[in-house]
Design a protein around this ligand. Structure first.
Ligand SMILES: Cc1cc2nc3c(=O)[nH]c(=O)nc-3n(C[C@H](O)[C@H](O)[C@H](O)COP(=O)(O)OP(=O)(O)OC[C@H]3O[C@@H](n4cnc5c(N)ncnc54)[C@H](O)[C@@H]3O)c2cc1C
Length: 414
């Protein structure tokens, strides 16, 4: 292999580059990133940076001299527009519409995800989404004391923004279409338990609400409120649309890769075409640790740890295959955290709507640990500000422990 192109200059892409060099690859590595910035960390965008505790220089993933030692051909501000897996070329376009074809021997696709929008969502002052540093800085400027903030969507990002806006003395309403917050990540019962902290901090979280549209004053082009299905209006000076993300894979439509809510990969993160791997929020792969033993479960995960690990794993497997060695499956217990007020919420594993959920430590109105079981197995563990109790479950999930054994473990004094 002479030339590896990594598309997406964020967490997964950076880790792929570092691993290529760390494993001794001395050929050319081109890192293509649509954003003009050097890679930065996204979790603080809804927390410390949004709150104003940190500035942009605190969230850089690496210093400028780290990039020099990686010896990358850096194309920041360049967007990949096509991948030709037959001739092995990536087409890129730069900030001044300069176009280039990059021939490759290997590609890591790490283009992450982009925010979903409401149907017919207007473009107006005061309406925000949150994915990039630029999004966070403009949202922060709008979060001044006593403005009315409406967050559409009670997922993790929406609730973190609600908490931070509250800490910046804004009046905050959260509107959620489902019957409970955090349904997708935690299920209804735990979603309601976690969100109780918002009520205690003066945020009005309304579930089962039908958002019909966003109202804009035509003369000022500024948002004025959110219209509900019953015709009522929730007044707003600031609206955050936090209704989830979609994998950023549109540019791959003619590539011959299988794309179904993410780039479909095998267990080794290989995307099915010579030399092409995917990693991070855009990758859908089969995780051998979940599902039926032997077959695994296809999943796409939008978590920091996964993006970091997959970027490294994809690069390692690419080098292994090029050297005639066996690639290894990417097996993992998915993990994420969320900081809201003074609480740290952590989750290991996977939650499904029909899981059995059991609180095994603490109490729901304060700190607690809850287990998620399905099909006779432990599938997930949620901790609210009890990190020490959570961590041993990573190994138990890796060992595919049964539900009964997990309950026995939980009830055994340490
Ligand atoms: C506000 C916020 C808070 C978060 N908080 C947490 C948290 O507390 N805990 C947690 O576990 N996770 C959190 N996450 C999720 C975590 O940050 C992501 O899982 C992680 O950033 C994914 O990394 P990635 O490299 O796969 O993709 P991304 O970080 O999305 O990066 C993809 C990059 O590819 C670029 N790109 C896209 N298309 C192209 C193209 N065609 N050509 C070139 N470049 C392209 C994008 O511009 C972007 O820079 C948070 C995310 C956000 C947005």
């Amino acid at each position: 292999m002479k030339h590896v192109v990594v598309v997406g200059a964020s967490l997964a892409g950076l880790r792929a580059c570092e691993t290529l060099r760390g494993e001794g690859f001395t050929g050319r590595v081109t890192l293509v990133g649509a954003e003009p910035e050097f890679p930065y960390d996204r979790p603080p965008l809804s927390k410390k940076l949004l709150k104003g505790d940190w500035e942009a220089d605190r969230i850089r993933l690496r210093r400028a001299d780290d990039f020099e030692s990686l010896d990358l051909d850096l194309r920041l501000g360049f967007r990949a527009t096509a991948l030709d897996t037959e001739t092995q070329h990536v087409s890129i376009v730069g900030p001044t519409d300069d176009r280039e074809e990059l021939g490759y021997d290997g590609v890591v696709v790490a283009t992450g995800a982009a925010c979903r929008r409401l149907p017919g969502q207007p473009v107006a002052d005061g309406i925000f989404e949150l994915r990039t540093l630029a999004d966070a800085l403009s949202l922060r400027a709008a979060l001044v004391p006593r403005v009315n903030v409406v967050v559409i969507g009670a997922g993790f990002i929406g609730l973190e923004v609600a908490a931070t806006a509250r800490q910046r003395q804004c009046d905050v309403v959260v509107l959620e279409g489902a019957d409970a917050p955090l349904m997708r990540g935690l299920g209804a019962e735990m979603g309601l338990a976690v969100v109780a902290i918002h009520g205690r901090n003066g945020v009005d979280v309304r579930c089962g609400v039908d958002v019909a549209g966003i109202e804009v004053d035509e003369s000022t082009n500024h948002v004025t409120g959110v219209r509900l299905g019953d015709g009522s209006i929730v007044p707003a000076d600031v609206v955050l649309v936090g209704i989830g993300v979609s994998p950023a894979v549109q540019w791959l439509h003619d590539s011959g890769l299988r794309v179904t809510d993410g780039i479909v990969c095998d267990q080794t993160l290989w995307a099915g075409q010579s030399g092409v791997y995917a990693a991070g929020d855009c990758a859908r792969w089969t995780n051998p640790l979940f599902g039926d033993a032997g077959s695994g479960e296809e999943m796409r995960v939008e978590h920091w740890t996964n993006a970091a690990e997959q970027g490294a794993h994809a690069a390692r497997n690419m080098l292994a295959v090029a050297a005639g060695r066996e690639p290894s499956p990417y097996e993992t217990v998915p993990f994420f955290w969320s900081d809201q007020y003074d609480r740290r919420i952590q989750f290991l594993g996977r939650a499904h709507g029909d899981d059995e959920v059991r609180v095994v430590a603490g109490s729901l109105d304060d700190k607690f640990v809850a287990l998620y079981g399905h099909g006779g197995r432990l599938r997930g563990v949620l901790a609210m500000s009890m990190p020490k109790l959570l961590m041993p479950y990573r190994q138990l999930l890796t060992d595919r422990i049964s539900w009964d054994d997990a309950l026995t473990y939980a009830s055994t004094p340490a």
